[in-house]
Design a protein around this ligand. Sequence first.
Ligand code: AHG
Ligand code: MN
Ligand code: MN
Length: 338
Amino acid sequence: MARRTLAHYLIEEQRNKGVINADLRLLIEVVSRACRAISVAISKGGLGGILGEAGSDNIQGEAQKKLDVLSNDILLEANEWGGHLAAMASEEMDLPHTIPHRYPQGEYLLLFDPLDGSSNIDVNVSIGTIFSVLKCPEGADLTTPKAAEAAFLQPGTQQVAAGYAVYGPSTLLVLSVGDGVVSFTLDREQGSFVQTSDQLRIPAETSEFSINMANQRFWEAPIQRYVNDLQQGKEGPLGKDYNMRWVGSMVADVHRIVTRGGIFMYPMDGKMRSKGGKLRLMYEANPMAMIVEQAGGAASTGYERIMEIVPATIHQRCAVIMGSKNEVDRITAAHTAQ
Ligand code: AHG
Ligand code: MN
Ligand code: MN
């Protein structure tokens, strides 16, 4: 396997393949440096004073952890001065962050979930950062944060890059620029991300599923039936035994699936219906869907392909079913057949 750095990989995607331009290359490098800084902060744990509550709520009414706020600040500061961005949007900010006038404006929009899996921070379980890159439409009004929101409202099929960092036993960066999916491991001594996988491929078949079973009584009928079939194992209609894994950080659960296959579900449920679902479309579902699809998997709400949803707001939510293609197809068929 090739041992090249992220910088080397990106140069080749630009120079040899023409898949990205210099600005997008810079953008991804800057995001990776921010993820490295977040990783360093996380690894200090209780010694760094980064655990616990921030004492504030975000726009979704969720209590922010210190690390949610810190990670958001690190990503904002790293990305605002390079000249590659027109604006940024985040789970932790009500409205987009426009680029201050003292810096040049670029052609890209960056969205992120700065810290995914907040409930796992204080218990030392894997957490992550998720990001999505769109092109800023020509003539977009970026004069105020409120006006800038419209520029972001594009379906996930328009993403030019997406990825995530997993802060686990090692720190990984998993990336797609629309040319498959590759992963990089942070070499802490060198301070750089080094490629540690060839193209990642999600097997079409699986025997592992990931869902928060505590919500079972709120699910819709097709998911109830599907999970019931999974639990019946060899004796049921699927004819094989399944195992269940649930970390509770989307990044970690989906990364396991990108690595060895499986199906991840945060379906619509009665409790979340009025909000549109649990996970956020633009900075959780879409970037993870791009990674999963680029690795040969599928990503659906049960009723439609996630990346074809046209968002009405940047904090919109949706149901998420993603992973091994045959399983996602089976669940989608069960939804349309109802
Ligand atoms: P975040 O920490 O960014 O708010 O996201 C948490 C998400 C996701 O990572 C995970 O799959 C899900 O919330 C878990 O939620 P529940 O524990 O409520 O099921
Ligand atoms: Mn999240
Ligand atoms: Mn988050």
